[in-house]
Design a protein around this ligand. Structure first.
Ligand code: ATP
Ligand code: MG
Length: 383
């Protein structure tokens, strides 16, 4: 992956303006403190990444430094916590949890989670806390424009290549879910610790989801009016909560758009901000539902999309093949996923209004890019 040098490309950190030379000198000063004496680090910044994701900032950098073997260059990515003044997507954001989840998942599995390195917790260096992780080579299924629109490496791949990507991606979930004693090892991810109560991990995740919706429509600095669709869905979810008390490590934002690939196999599993404890169906439904959302958006634009790719049936079959575990019915989880996507769209839409990029829509439900899918789903379950 060759990135243009920052001097050639204006640096654009999502939603913030920060001077690249300032960032470079601050990172250099920080690394001089963090690395052993005599390391004499030199930092080269590369262009920021805007393609995928909406809630964090990602900075690509090389660090040249001296160690026992002489002068060497390491390739890193800095994951920077979003600024709280920029209409954040999440009501709370815990970079420490992401760091720990990544560190442990990399240590405890064969899943390609990038190794995490140094953590800057104070926020004094870049204005927000961040950590450095190893930089991985690979390509990402695009979010913008969605890969389902066509004209990209995944859409244009052969059926065999797409099949391989599905199988190896679903296998990532199975491997993460197989970590023993996750409830103990990853206890810090339990939503209970953020004040969300409930008898089971799933109940606590649902309480957290409602909290997110209520914050987006009432508690945040910038809010939107309540959404009839979301309220209908949340009421139904609460009345029909599955009985599962499973607590595996749930990656959270388990989408193919949060993986990097080489030769149609994952080389990096990124984006751990939604990691939690709960039933394996949370991740399994999410990987399929994210694709349904992208397909829906393609369909709204009368594009063919990829209707046979990552279908719920395929995900369930591949999951069972990889793990030996038969998934429970995913319907409840799809409604849960739809609300989760709804919260993301509420916040990203609110942010677009805040930055003057769009006019406020006439009704809150118009924020939902997956609205037809959301409505169909609620009608199907009789919500
Ligand atoms: N360790 C890494 N090595 C190489 N590239 C990376 C690495 N981490 C992130 N990237 C690049 O940055 C992009 C965005 O990363 P990521 O999905 O972690 O954050 P995000 O999507 O911007 O944030 P969020 O989804 O939280 O809004 C990835 O698609 C990838 O291109
Ligand atoms: Mg992402």
């Amino acid at each position: 992956m060759s990135q243009p040098a920052v001097s050639d490309v204006p640096m654009h950190l999502t939603r913030s303006t920060r001077d690249p030379e300032e960032i470079r000198s601050r990172l250099t000063a920080w690394l001089t403190e963090v690395l052993p004496d005599g390391a004499e680090p030199e930092v080269t910044l590369h262009a920021g990444i805007d393609a995928n994701g909406m809630s964090s900032e990602t900075v690509i950098l090389d660090v040249t430094y001296t160690d026992d073997s002489g002068r060497r260059t390491g390739e890193y990515v800095a994951r920077v916590a979003p600024s709280t003044t920029d209409v954040p997507v999440f009501p709370e954001y815990n970079l420490e949890h992401q760091y720990e989840a990544m560190r442990l998942a990399a240590e405890l599995t064969e899943v390609p989670v990038p190794r995490v390195h140094w953590f800057e917790r104070s926020g004094d260096v870049l204005g927000s806390p961040f950590f450095l992780m190893e930089r991985i080579e690979g390509v990402v299924p695009p979010d913008v424009l969605p890969y389902t629109f066509g004209d990209n490496w995944l859409y244009d791949a052969t059926p065999e290549q797409q099949e391989k990507l599905m199988r190896t991606s679903v296998a990532v979930l199975a491997r993460l879910h197989a970590i023993p004693d996750a409830a103990t090892t990853f206890a810090f991810l339990d939503p209970r610790l953020s004040g969300y109560d409930g008898r089971t991990p799933l109940a606590r995740n649902l309480a957290k989801l409602r909290g997110w919706y209520e914050w987006a429509t009432g508690g945040a600095d910038e809010t939107v009016a309540p959404s009839p669709l979301m309220e209908r869905a949340l009421t139904w979810l609460e009345a029909n909560l599955p009985d599962s008390d499973e607590a595996v490590l749930v990656w959270g934002d388990a989408r193919i758009g949060n993986m990097m690939y080489q030769d149609f196999e994952p080389t990096a599993v990124l984006d751990w901000e939604m990691a939690t404890l709960g039933p394996r169906e949370l991740d399994a439904s999410w990987i399929a539902f994210a694709h349904l959302v992208f397909n829906e958006i393609a369909g709204v634009l009368e594009l063919p999309g990829m209707p046979d790719f990552l279908t719920p049936e395929k995900v369930a079959a591949l999951y069972e093949e990889a793990s030996g575990v038969k998934l429970g019915d995913l319907t409840w989880y799809f409604v849960y996923n739809a609300v989760h996507w709804g919260c993301v769209f509420l916040r990203t839409g609110t942010r677009q209004i805040h930055f003057g990029e769009i006019e406020a829509p006439p009704e809150t439900d118009a924020f939902f890019h997956h609205r037809p899918l959301f409505e169909r789903l609620l009608n199907e379950v009789g919500a």
